[in-house]
Ligand binder design. Structure first.
Ligand code: CP
Length: 303
């Protein structure tokens, strides 16, 4: 039995296989419509979500399976003090696979150590979000035709943005990927991620100025400043609008640059960009469902 807690647990070959499966699902959805008949997915969301929870549920329904679960800690027995370990043991009696989101880093790992069914990390605090990364990789592959030879700009909250940490972990395994890190000083990429890239001789550029690096980028990955992870409201209010992407700011961007954002968006991307051919963030949402379908099949061992 296998879980997915960190994207690094998947080999490049396994990621390639998931991408192939997702593309095949897109081309031939009817082939997959009954693959998970009789199987149950439990979505245990201790933290708010729109995309991740609903796309997991849509994914399971489109595979012919069913879903159960909760969308807030308050509506579960966690509100009475039940531990993640006990919850995981209990849910293992009802379901075949778990997708768990939790505000505490490491909670899905604890769940995987106690459950008797596979556990998927659907986002743990400011740490990791491996299935968002699968959505991001499919989007990049479909838009650019490759996952190597790319200059990728990450912009916004690189400190608390778990999707950034997971995507860097995935992309660093492909050849000739250059990372451009654009953030206020207070929201720089965590030292452990930065030092690990430097130790392995990755080319990284750090700047606070988005427009100065715009012409180099093949991918611009915008992120929301994660207000819920700040200890200081005043600091959040000061930093939340550090970067707002507008059509004017794209003047020097490559005509085929892809703009990604894991969403939800607050102010970081003007709605005036939504109809720009480079805007990929709503395609990313749909790609997330297909990659979660591919992942559920893989972890349940369905051919
Ligand atoms: N991208 C993402 O994780 O969105 P939700 O918080 O809505 O699930």
């Amino acid at each position: 039995m296998r879980s997915l807690i960190d994207i690094a647990e998947l080999s490049v070959e396994e990621i390639d296989k998931l991408l192939d499966t997702a593309n095949d699902i897109i081309a031939n959805p009817e082939k997959y419509a009954h693959k998970c008949q009789g199987k149950k997915l439990a979505t245990l969301f201790f933290e708010p979500s729109t995309r991740t929870r609903l796309s997991f549920e849509a994914a399971m329904y489109e595979l012919g399976g069913v879903c159960l679960g909760f969308s807030a800690a308050q509506s579960s027995s966690a509100s009475k003090g039940e531990s993640v370990a006990d919850t995981s043991k209990v849910v293992s009696c009802y379901a075949d696979i778990i997708a768990m989101r939790h505000p505490k880093e490491g909670a899905p790992l604890v769940a995987s150590m106690n459950a008797t069914i596979p556990v998927i990390n659907a986002g743990d605090g400011g740490h990791n979000h491996p299935t968002q990364t699968l959505a991001d990789l499919l989007t990049i592959k479909r838009e650019k035709g490759r996952l190597n030879n790319l200059t990728v700009g990450f912009c916004g909250d690189l400190k608390f943005g778990r999707t950034v940490h997971s995507l860097i972990t995935a992309l660093r395994r492909y050849e000739n990927v250059k990372f451009v890190l654009i953030s206020p000083n207070e929201l720089r990429l965590p030292t452990y991620v930065r030092e690990s890239l430097k130790k392995d001789n990755f080319e990284i550029v750090e700047t606070t100025d988005l427009e100065s690096v715009m012409p180099e980028l093949d991918i611009l990955y915008m992120t929301r400043v994660q207000g819920e992870r700040f200890f200081n409201e005043e600091e959040y209010l000061r930093l939340r609008d550090s970067y707002i992407l507008t059509p004017e700011k794209l003047a020097n961007a490559k005509p085929d640059m892809s703009i990604l954002h894991p969403l939800p968006r607050v102010n970081e991307i003007s709605v005036a960009i939504d109809n720009d051919s480079r805007a990929c963030y709503f395609k990313q949402v749909l790609n997330g469902k297909y990659m979660r379908m591919a992942l559920i099949l893989m972890l349940l061992g369905v051919e």
